[in-house]
Design a protein around this ligand. Structure first.
Ligand SMILES: Nc1ncnc2c1ncn2[C@@H]1O[C@H](COP(=O)(O)OP(=O)(O)OP(=O)(O)O)[C@@H](O)[C@H]1O
Ligand SMILES: [Mg+2]
Length: 110
């Protein structure tokens, strides 16, 4: 029986270690082919992080991870793009007011 990927948001890990993966690559393909900006408004634990990591791997052209998934024969693997995530947390930590207001015990800013 396949393992459930409890708490795993890393697409390469899920694919390489043969965890259960519900194929959402048709949605990724649809999003890549239409629209421009997306706001993923889903409740907690609905797969947002894993889906973003899936998109990242797709745009990076990591073909080997998508074998047997919907997108495999439908994606142009000759193209690869750099993908960068920008998390709001980074900005907050750069803002010195963050350090004034909230510094947990033993926390040393870089
Ligand atoms: N397509 C999928 N197939 C199998 N398991 C999945 C899939 N998408 C998400 N999961 C699993 O569901 C759980 C929640 O996924 P994830 O952490 O990506 O959700 P989230 O919406 O980002 O959650 P949070 O709101 O807590 O940040 C994880 O254990 C993940 O491995
Ligand atoms: Mg998440």
């Amino acid at each position: 029986m396949k393992k459930l990927p409890l708490g795993i948001q890393n697409f390469p890990e899920i694919r390489r270690d043969n965890y259960v993966y519900i194929d959402k690559t048709s949605l990724a393909l649809k999003m890549a082919d239409s629209g421009k900006y997306y706001f993923l408004s889903r409740p907690r634990r609905f797969g947002k992080s894993l889906f973003l990591d899936t998109l990242k791997c797709l745009f990076e052209g990591r073909k080997e991870l998508f074998k047997d998934l919907f997108v495999y024969d439908r994606w142009d693997w000759d193209k690869a793009y750099p993908v960068r995530f920008s998390h709001r947390g980074e900005q907050i930590q750069q803002d010195e007011s963050f350090f004034r207001i909230k510094q947990p015990d033993g926390y040393h800013p870089r």
